[in-house]
Design a protein around this ligand. Structure first.
Ligand code: TYM
Length: 341
């Protein structure tokens, strides 16, 4: 089955736990901004129901939800062009997730690497919430509730989007329908896997131990500069060609970040700085990052000063989201045989 009978529609989401990082920006939000326009309807969500799969302080969760929304708005998500809302204001997500819990197989969930990473193993895994285990079927519901055809995510989410395709295919097959599209993961460009600044073998994440490992979207100019200048590298200068980065994860990461921030390819960055030492490249990267990120963090602060306005925008987004979601959920219930009087 192809996705051609479906309206080209983008869905993607971000968890409001622990603030936004440069990884979220380059791997997701910046690319979401670029997808706004005539080719797609775009639906972007602050996935608060996903956040509570691990403990969240209620006040921090509310503020974190607003902060992520502010980060999206400040980065250029336009609430007129896109539907922007928080997940819990559209209860259909949780309802469709239940149906998908009954479609997905335990064996599929057992293969999810992110659950294994987050839950640990042995006794630790037994203490993980049931929600964390079922998380990928809620994610499938997020996407399929809108019949989304394209899902722009960072590389770490690839397995979840593939599982979404498996759930859609099994649902269609079990009920003999052609109802849910097989959504395409859109994972491209140099920002799809931003690595930790202290260890190039690990992903940059909000939960890493040291703040020096990551750039937060709320960091000020001095902090951004300091973090890039102190980023771990090897002692070699930049290579003359991009192939020379292949076994140098930290160097590759900094080149990729430069490329993603400046809308260039890694090849173009290397062509601009062939053989450059870190004393040249790191300050150039720090300046570029400050140039691109400081206006976003300033705008985030401005938006966060008016929480009522953010809440109003999210409520309006949720109403628009439900206009798409409600009929799709109703049809799903009918297909499954759930009686609606
Ligand atoms: P989350 O909140 O962990 O991350 C949000 C988005 O940011 C991307 N990302 C990165 N990209 C590149 N390099 C990094 N270091 C990096 N860190 C994070 C993620 O790939 C993601 O695109 N399960 C999802 C949220 C979700 C979702 C969805 C996404 C829920 N429902 C439906 C798409 C469609 C998550 O935890 O993302």
């Amino acid at each position: 089955m192809t996705a051609t009978k479906f309206t080209p529609r983008v869905f993607s989401g971000i968890k409001p736990s622990g603030g936004l990082t440069l990884g979220n920006y380059l791997g997701a939000i910046k690319r979401w901004v670029d997808m706004q326009g005539p080719s797609f309807e775009t639906v972007y969500c602050v996935v608060d129901l996903h956040a509570i799969t691990v403990w969240q302080d209620p006040k921090d969760l509310r503020d974190g939800t607003r902060e992520v929304a502010a980060g999206m708005l400040a980065s250029g998500i336009d609430p007129e062009k896109s539907i922007l809302f928080n997940q819990s204001q559209v209860p259909e997500h949780a309802e469709l997730a239940w149906i998908f819990n009954c479609v997905a197989r335990v064996g599929w969930m057992n293969r999810m690497t992110q659950f294994k990473d987050k839950a640990g193993s042995g006794k630790d895994a037994e203490k993980a919430s049931l929600g964390l285990y079922a998380y990928p079927s809620l994610m499938a519901a997020d996407i399929l509730l809108y019949h989304a055809t394209h899902v722009p995510v960072g590389e770490d989410q690839k397995q979840h989007v593939e599982l979404t395709r498996d759930i859609a295919a099994k649902f269609n097959h079990d009920f003999g329908v052609d109802f849910f599209p097989l959504a395409t993961p859109v994972i491209e460009g140099p920002g799809m896997r931003v690595m930790n600044l202290r260890d190039g073998s690990k992903k940059m994440s909000k939960s890493g131990e040291s703040d020096m490992e990551r750039i937060n979207m709320t960091d000020d100019a001095d902090t951004i500069s300091k973090k890039f200048k102190k980023a771990k590298t090897d002692p070699e200068p930049l290579p003359e060609t991009v192939e020379g980065l292949s076994s140098r994860p930290e160097a590759k990461n900094l080149v990729d970040i430069y490329a993603a921030l400046s809308n260039m390819t890694a090849e173009q960055v290397i062509a601009q700085y062939p053989g450059a030492g870190w004393g040249t490249f790191k300050p150039a990267l720090a300046d570029l990052a400050v140039d691109k990120l400081a206006p976003i963090s300033t705008e985030m602060k401005r938006l966060m000063a008016d929480k009522a306005e953010i809440d109003r925008l999210l409520a309006r987004g949720a109403e628009r989201a439900r206009e798409i979601a409600t009929p799709i959920l109703r049809q799903t219930y009918d297909i499954v045989g759930l009686l609606r009087s």
